[in-house]
Structure formats: C-alpha cells, structure tokens
Design a protein around this ligand. Structure first.
Ligand SMILES: [Mg+2]
Length: 365
C-alpha cells in the first residue's frame, strides 16, 4: 500500500490577454487552483479553474480524508471526498476542489505505477479532435479576425467556436454580424460553432438559428440556460445545428437528467468540475447510455488523456484562455496544430508539470 503523505493546494490569478466576455458574463482574469498529493516521494498534480476559495477548501476539508489513504484506491478516496462535502454542497467550489484532487490522485497513481496516464487509462485513439474556442463578445472585429485566422489558416484547425448572445440576447444583430464575419474569415470548409452561454430565450434562439442557417452553424451551445431543460429541448427540436450543454454539471445525476430530458445532441462535461477523471468517465457512460457523444469543456491539456480513452468522444474545446494559462504555467502543454492533439505517452502521469517560477508571480493563495 502507498499511503498518501500530504495534500497541498495553491491558487494563481492570471490576467487575460484582452478583456473577455460571453453572452452573460465578462472577466479580466482567470484563477487556476492547483492541487498536489504526495506518496512514496512522488507528487501528483491536478487543477481546476475556480475561485481561490477552492484552494482553501482542499486544505481545510479534503486533506483530512485524503491524507493517509491508499493512493492506489482512488474510488475509495473519491467516495470519502464526496461524503465529506455533503453539507458544503457538491456543486461549485466543493465539487471543483474534489475534481482537482481526483486528477492529482490519478496523476500520482500513474507515476507510482511508472506509466503515463494515457497508458493507465488505455487509449481509444492516439490523437483527439479539438476545436478552437474564443471569439469573445468583447473582441472587436479585428481581434476576432486575428484569432480565427490564426486557428484556421495558420494552425490548420478545422473547427472554431465564437461567443454570441451578447448582453443576454440584447444584441442579436451584432451576434449575426459576428457569425457572418467568422464564416467569411474561416472559409467554407471549417466548421463554425456558437456558444450563447444561456443568453437567449427559447423562441429567440429559434429565430436566431433561422438567420444563422446561411452560415452553416453546426453547434448551438447553451442557446438557453442549461438549467432550462425544457427550453433546450424546444430549441433542439427546431434547429439543424447540434444543441450542446452540460459544462456546469457536477455529478452523474445532473448529466442523467439532461440526457433523459432529450435536451442535447452532444453532452458536454468538464473533468475539472464534475469530479475529476473519475467523474468524467461516469458522465461519458451516462451519455453512452443515451447514444450521445461527449465533448470536453475547457482545460484542454487536463482532458487529453481522458478524452483519448473515451470511445464516445466528439472533441475537446481548445479554450483560448485556458490554453494560454496551461502553456505558460506548465511544461508539457500540447500543440493543437492540425486540429488534433495527443496525450503525453512518454512521461509518467499526465505529463504536465507546474513551472514554479512562471506560476509564482500569479499566486494569491
Ligand atoms: Mg460554453
């Protein structure tokens, strides 16, 4: 048995390179919370994008049930963490903290076994399709053109997504202008996706979708709030684009409700929110049981080994904000050139190592 000797957590607040916003939120910095677990002189690393409070939660609440446990018995530790957060409430900070620790545990287990995480999970494919994700509503046309040109024409990524639903649906004409702009920039061959972040009402989403048809939009993400399962289903029944949602899901019951409501054509899940890699594979099983594919939401490098191991995976969201942070703060970040990326296979664990010197200036907790 390999006893877990210690758990630590730290938070890093990283400013965006430009102001970022979507249909219902705007931000100028993103906080990365990193968890580490240690056993037999080895360290596993996991992370989530969450308020810095998640770092405190790991130290104050989760460390107590993780320390001393058998590092190889992840399901037992995971169940202990879930029990421990009952009164704190699983969605939000507590669930994000559990997710970061679960990822650290899997990274540690692979290291203890002397294998890559991709090798430990096994691979359904060696390289995973991805799509460029950004196109923030706060960008002017020049910034949008520059970003989409880089992805499609310089990196050869054949799928991109922009944010629409600006000001909670109050700027529908600007949304359509930006969709037309995106199609002009990427050309006729690349797939065009949009994410409303819940900014439209259901019928407004249907009307906008009619206007979007000439631009061949294939992916209509969160056209209404992902809490409005009836609204998602209504939109889904009226549009040709695939309706997607699920990024806020924190447990299998959430994903089950969404699938049972026939609310989505493709389920989104985020391992940094839904319980780490353990929760990811559970969400993917729920989707498979409803004959749906899964798309990984954000944290692209963290998702790579799990996505490669998932038979019903559609793609990974290569989110501009998170890719920038992961490439700057970690060694081992993947290269999205060509629209495919593979998990690290020649290094133990997930292969990403926090660069302490690069991260230190951003540390807040
Ligand atoms: Mg989204």
């Amino acid at each position: 048995m390999s006893r877990i000797e210690g758990v630590t957590a730290a938070a890093y607040r990283v400013p965006t390179d430009q102001p970022e916003g979507d249909g219902t939120l705007a931000w100028d910095a993103t906080t990365l919370v990193v968890a580490t677990v240690r056993a037999e002189g080895m360290t596993g690393t996991g992370w989530t994008y969450a308020p810095a409070a998640a770092a405190g939660f790991i130290g104050d609440v989760l460390a107590e049930v993780v320390t001393g446990a058998d590092a190889l018995a992840i399901p037992a530790i995971w169940a202990s963490m879930i029990r421990r957060v009952r009164n704190a409430g699983r969605p939000g900070v507590a669930g994000y903290a559990v997710s970061a620790v679960d990822v650290a545990l899997w990274d540690l287990k692979a290291r203890l076994l002397g294998t890559s995480l991709a090798g430990l999970f096994g691979m359904a494919r060696e390289r995973v399709p991805l799509y460029g994700s950004g196109g923030f509503t706060t960008y002017d046309d020049d910034a949008t053109v520059a970003q989409l040109t880089h992805w499609v024409h310089e990196l050869g990524i054949g799928r991109i997504k922009i944010k629409i639903g600006e000001s909670s649906g109050a700027r529908p004409d600007r949304d359509l202008h930006r969709i037309a702009l995106a199609r002009r920039v990427i050309g006729g061959d690349a797939e065009l996706y949009v994410d409303v972040n819940g900014g439209y009402t259901a019928k407004q989403a249907v009307r906008q979708a009619e206007q979007m048809r000439e631009h061949d939009v294939r992916w209509f993400e969160e056209p209404v709030s992902s809490d409005d399962l009836a609204g998602l289903r209504l939109v889904r029944g009226q549009v040709t684009a695939d309706v997607a949602a699920g990024e806020y899901g924190s447990d299998v019951a959430y994903f089950t409700r969404m699938c049972q409501a026939e609310a989505v054509d493709c389920l989104q899940a985020d391992a940094t929110r839904c319980g780490g890699y353990t929760g990811w594979f559970a969400a993917c099983a729920v989707a498979a049981g409803h004959n749906l594919q899964v798309s990984a939401h954000c944290a692209p490098n963290l998702h790579l080994p799990a996505a490669a191991a998932t038979p019903n995976l559609r793609h990974i969201e290569w989110f501009h904000d998170h890719q920038r942070i992961e490439a700057e703060l970690f060694d081992g970040a993947a290269d999205p050139t060509g629209g495919l990326a593979g998990p690290v296979t020649g290094e133990p664990g997930h292969g990403l190592t926090l660069r302490a010197d690069a991260a230190r200036p951003y540390r807040t907790a």
